[in-house]
Design a protein around this ligand. Sequence first.
Ligand code: WTA
Length: 650
Amino acid sequence: MQKNIESVLIEQRRFEPDPAFATAARPSATEVVRLRERAAEDPQGYWADLARTHLSWQRPFTVTLDRSQAPNFRWFTDGCLNVSWNCLDVHLEQRGEKTAIIFEGEPGDVRKLTYRELHAEVCRFANALSARGIGSGDRVVIYMPLVPEAVIAMQACARIGAIHSVVFGGFSAVSLKDRIEDAGAVCVVTADGGWRGGNIVELKAATDKALTEGCTSVRDVIVLRRTGAAVPMKTGRDHWWHELVEDMPTDCAPRWVEAEHPLFLLYTSGSTGKPKGIQHASAGYLLGAKLTYLWVFDRQEADVFWCTADVGWITGHSYVAYGPLAAGVTIVMYEGAPMFPDGGRFWRICEQHGVTILYTAPTAIRALMKLGDEIPAGYDLSCLRLLGSVGEPINPEAWMWYHRVIGRGRCPIVDTWWQTETGAMLISPLPGVTATKPGSCTQPLPGIEADIVDDAGQSVTTPEAGGYLVIREPWPSMLRTIWGDNQRYLDTYWAKFQNRYYVAGDSAHRDADGYFWIMGRIDDVLNVAGHRLGTMEIESALVAHPRIAEAAVVGKQHDIKGESVFAFVVCRGARPMGDTGAFEQELRDWVTQQLGAIAKPDDIRFADNLPKTRSGKIMRRLLRAIARGESITQDVSTLENPTIIDQLRG
Ligand code: WTA
């Protein structure tokens, strides 16, 4: 089906959809045209129909979209429902005995839960939370390994109307503390540890550290026994999960909440200040997660769906904990590192559990690609029928490898563009409908009014000309606000074009076929191995070190991680000379302690000062060029200290 050969211009390659590709839940090509027309003519009617068809309401809504506080949009406002009911109870009759979760721990332990068992566990934990006095609107921080209990805890919160905030287990105690405090959480759910790369990630120890100072809102810490390692338990505050749920009933009436009731907060990096708590609403979010699951992954009853993301990220929220469960399919969860104990782990999991859909990040694809074709060739991947990519631009070479070596040329690839803020995929091919091009996320899904605009907010119509990626009309799964800081919500996403469109923070261009190509972030946000990191956060962490006076962080291309962290550092006193290896390591450890290992700089360069304009602004573009080893084309005449360039070049 490949139209062009690999040696021609990469943008020319195009893969036509296979009309024979099974269609179960996704719309056909003709239906897509009809959906787009309907969405354009009557967007509210379009979304209302979908919300009535795909969600189970306790009280139906009559108001589809409330624009009165725009750009704080509100959807389905007078309706009531429960998210966990929509993910679990609705399946009990028809799919009670169907496997909901196939879990594989890093050490190789496998556990399966049917929908009925998952429902019972969620109910027991929901009852345990209620028994601790946790109720509707309370914030619960979940800091766990990627085990079924992480999903159980999320669903249990949803069941009682508590607002969860999952903190990725790779984040440090300091990051955890910041998030607990910002959210004002009353409870932390954690584990004695989790397995990663053959080691134990000490989640309970980090929780204890986070709670030693501040975090006065936290009354309870619930600890799952996962590794069996001994952990200190603080009387009165700490409780074992298994003890709390022991006598709890396996049924728990859901708390019906209004459509706009916050379902969760998820902290993500922005260009300034501390991470922001992205707030999502119950009904709109679930509609987005479920609908995109049905359409983009072409839901089929027999599917075994594996999204490799951790529930600490939005991808793990929408395509592990909510979307696929709402769609009633079987999911795979794998706790550990992708290369542990060897490069065949991913493919062994696919083979053993009969994975039919694999959804992963370009960084993982590139890392696995580097190991060669022989490893995946040794596994039976014939169950796979569809492949997905998310989190960062996928380079055409990695796309082709994924297609050829993993998909064996048979499986369509869906390159899905979306964000923590968008709640669900917004731009993506539909398998069997959309022709794909390696490196392009193709076209907006029906109902999504994506556009590319210039600085003046005018639509860019010239093919290949870049601009700001914006969404012109509200959509149900959009973020509602930033927790505790609506002004920041307005400033970050809406101010640039006077509240006219949602500004994604990415640049993009469109080709002559109207296909979208994401170019990257336009703000000071790095994308390291598919994870969003604010340069400011890393700079603040560095400057918090007693020997550091000033720091500037930029991204540098990296062939596996996409981008890596490059730090320019000015020390208090004299610049370190000679062998600085030990000090660099100390700084890396320091950043790991402050933020987490994902934020640690690969490169550190010491200088007497940083290149600044006379008005005192750090010239980041210049630093980026230096980090990338590019020649300097910028005008440096405005630099206050032009001689610094040679020193920075190292
Ligand atoms: C980037 C992850 C290119 C983009 C779901 C976005 C992508 C940021 C793609 C959001 C893609 C995500 N192609 N870039 N298919 N998907 N991105 O919030 O820069 O962790 O703004 O959400 O990842 O990252 P976040």
